[in-house]
Design a protein around this ligand. Sequence first.
Ligand code: APR
Ligand code: PHB
Length: 389
Amino acid sequence: MRTQVAIIGAGPAGLLLSHILDRNGIDSIVLERQTRAHVLERIRAGVLEAGTIALLREVGLGERMDREGRLHDGSAIAWEDRPRFMIDTRKYTGKPMMAYGQTAITEDLFAARDAAGGKIIDEAADVQPHELTSGRPYVTYEKRGTRVRIDCDYVAGCDGYHGVSRTVIPADLLKTYEKSYPFGWLGIMSQTPPYPDICYCHHSRGFALASQRSPMLSRYYVQCDLHDKIENWPDDRFWEEFLARCPKDMADSIVTGPSIEKSIAPLRSFVAEPMRYGALFLAGDAAHIVPPTGAKGLNLAVSDVFYLSRALIEACRKGNTAYLDVYSDTALRRVWGAARMSWWLTMLLHRFPDDTPFERKMRLNEFDYLHASERAAASLAEQYVGLPY
Ligand code: APR
Ligand code: PHB
């Protein structure tokens, strides 16, 4: 087989890239290790930055998002024994945000690719990029016992943190930066009307977050031990702990109900540099992971794809590789901005097991400063709504 861009991974990054390339007359094939059903079952974050909303609309993916997603003017921080703080993106940036789940975006992307006759090969085993620096790159994979070769001009590594793409970059050319946090998030989904605001709660028992997917679908999280197991968290215990971490007025208005999904995820910051090796370009989780605080993961995958699609379109249509040559540096500038923001928000909002009383005071003062300073509030709002592309 032959295509212009072989895309590894059918998450939001790979599917969106394939969609934008197709709208610009560029052919691609997407190779996905899992079944489509598996990809669509994964539950992830659901807060879209203003730039993500605009880009999805611009490439014809805004219809269902605008119908079913919920626009909001920012999120709240509820700090134990302090007045509520609004990260007011509308006031400070003029821009709203949108609650719309990654699962729904992935469904929209699959539908758009199917409608356009896009080639997505799922259950592609042992995907391997080859000859990335020779000028004749190709990718091989195995399906139902048969080995297939796809010749291409470029390879997009959109295969997430555990993918193969990053691992083919020689170790001496790749620098990685990493931080693990000493806790996880236990998340549940429930078919209940959500709390009106997306609300981050800081409490001496630990962090909690109320979020939403639709008028009858809520997403809630509590900070838990890193090695905790979901068996230890029957619904009753989850709700008791969640409500104990909210201010009383908030707890009184939360509608609880049985969970329909429950999972624990560790928190990690990770960035790999550069995001290019010869004809291979990394995008999304393949190159970086952020902790979920601030919901930057999906938004970063979208901004990477913005830069990468622009660069591939220029290269494939006009033979101009100037944007490809600066792709890694351009994408990484924005990646580091989001990495810092999500690290900062993680450090601010959680309870750390080895915190000293001094560190707790510093954290409290940082929060009080947000309340006291319009400039601090504006700075947080502009990062939360997403730095411009
Ligand atoms: N071969 C083919 N496909 C692979 C391989 C492989 N070796 N390894 C992983 N994949 C697939 C995964 O099964 C997954 O469907 O690549 C896809 C990567 O998708 P995501 O993990 O969703 O990553 P990305 O598209 O970059 O989206 C980033 O997803 O993980 C969240 O928080 C993150 O919201 C962010 C978004
Ligand atoms: C979510 O809805 O899953 C969510 C919302 C906000 C975050 C993280 C996750 O900061």
